[in-house]
Design a protein around this ligand. Structure first.
Ligand code: FAD
Length: 367
């Protein structure tokens, strides 16, 4: 969707016609959040901005103003409404509901096979990987890999409780079991918030497992009773795999399928926007510098092997560093010198263990 929206805006005179194929007639229900210290293409869609961020763990709490940055929220409903309005107003774009099963190259075109027929085009962009290749890959790897998976409640407390200026980015004050578990709280007003139970780990939970945790957390840290107005859930791959190898033949990948998600955080909205802007402008998309891929790989190894260490590592990261530096580091915008300074504030044993383990045996390398 970002691709179409940006393409349409940046190429008003293009004669190309575009066909958009999606198996679902309605866009998914979701919200997007990210931090930013500069204007971006979707600025006008941001409905909430926060300037203070809290981190909590059993070792204590830290709250910081994030100066030039703000943490921003875009409602999926508003995003799709605005993008579809622009797309519908453009006579060059058609849209159909159909499920893609395969693609193949034929005579300079890519043929897209769907349950509604075959369509062919000289350029095909796909936001999903080839299902057969994914299934073979999983068989080879002997597992489904690692996920950031979550379920959130939109709640109304009925009384003034929240500080609407401060988000809780990570709260590790609950039991660390079945993955690294933390809570995320986005207050929209003194009474309304999104509270999310997020897990880094290999097994996706049942709704009941998240709900039990969400009940425990809200009762203990928010209010004895809360009214749940709606919910959202999702799973985002935390993976170092070569997404390009899973591409449908003859297509170019966009979004999650292009490996845009930051493997160690699950954030992708602005990364994807930057990549799309490059593609639409005919430039190569920005590559992750190798040292950031190296840090991601080590952290994913710790999540895989010692998830209970994540709370301690994150506590050191947020209690001993300026949050704005952490954001710049997670955006892969810091210098090597700054990285060394920041990494020296973290407990080194889990990282050294991972370094040894992943260097000594390719079997242990995070994929
Ligand atoms: C609930 C949720 C909340 C998230 N919150 C954030 C956030 O706060 N910040 C952030 O940076 N990232 C967030 N993410 C991660 C990421 O930004 C989103 O997942 C993003 O929407 C991914 O975009 P995409 O285009 O890769 O995939 P999708 O938006 O999932 O698009 C894939 C599309 O392909 C269609 N499709 C699938 N298979 C087929 C097929 N065989 N044939 C035809 N169509 C098919 C689907 O119907 C879907 O519309 C969140 C993810 C979820 C699920």
């Amino acid at each position: 969707m970002q691709w179409l929206d940006v393409y349409h805006h940046k190429n008003p005179d293009s004669q190309h016609r575009v066909l958009m194929i999606d198996k679902d007639a309605n866009p998914p229900e979701r919200t997007w959040c990210f931090w930013s210290d500069r204007e971006h293409y979707y600025d006008s869609l941001v409905s909430h901005r926060w300037s203070r961020v809290k981190f909590a763990s059993p070792q204590g709490e830290v709250v910081q103003d994030i100066s030039d940055f703000t943490y921003q929220y875009i409602s999926g409903r508003e995003f799709f409404k605005s993008a579809y309005r622009r797309i519908h107003a453009d006579g060059r774009i058609d849209r159909i509901t159909a499920e893609v099963s395969n693609t193949q190259k034929a005579g300079g075109l890519t043929q897209v096979e769907t349950d509604q027929g075959i369509f062919a085009a000289p350029e095909v962009y796909s936001s999903v990987p080839d299902a057969n290749k994914v299934s073979n890959y999983k068989k080879q790897q002997g597992g489904a890999g690692m996920w950031q998976h979550f379920r959130g409640w939109f709640i109304d407390t009925g009384e003034d409780i929240f500080d609407p200026e401060t988000i809780t980015l990570m709260d590790f004050r609950t039991e660390q079991k079945n993955g690294a578990v933390f809570f995320y709280v986005l207050p929209f007003s003194r009474r309304k918030a999104l509270v999310e139970c997020t897990v880094f780990g290999p097994e996706i939970w049942d709704d009941e497992q998240y709900d039990e945790k969400l009940r425990e957390y809200t009762e203990r840290y928010i209010a004895a009773e809360v009214n749940i107005t709606s919910s959202e859930k999702g799973q985002i791959p935390m993976s170092m795999m070569d997404f390009d190898g899973l591409r449908y033949d003859g297509t170019r990948s966009i979004g999650t399928a292009a490996g845009i998600v930051k493997p160690s955080t699950g954030y992708m909205f602005l990364r994807s926007l930057r990549a799309v802007e490059c593609m639409v402008g005919g430039k190569a998309r920005p590559e992750t510098p190798p040292r950031f891929a190296f840090y991601d790989r080590l952290l994913l190894g710790i999540i895989r092997d010692e998830p209970q260490q994540i709370s301690r590592i994150m506590h050191s990261l947020f209690s001993r560093n300026d949050f704005t530096h952490v954001f710049r580091f997670l955006d892969e915008q810091t210098s090597l010198q700054e990285d060394v300074k920041m990494l020296s504030t973290l407990p080194y044993t889990p990282f050294l263990k991972q370094l040894t383990k992943q260097t000594l045996s390719s079997k242990n390398r995070v994929k």
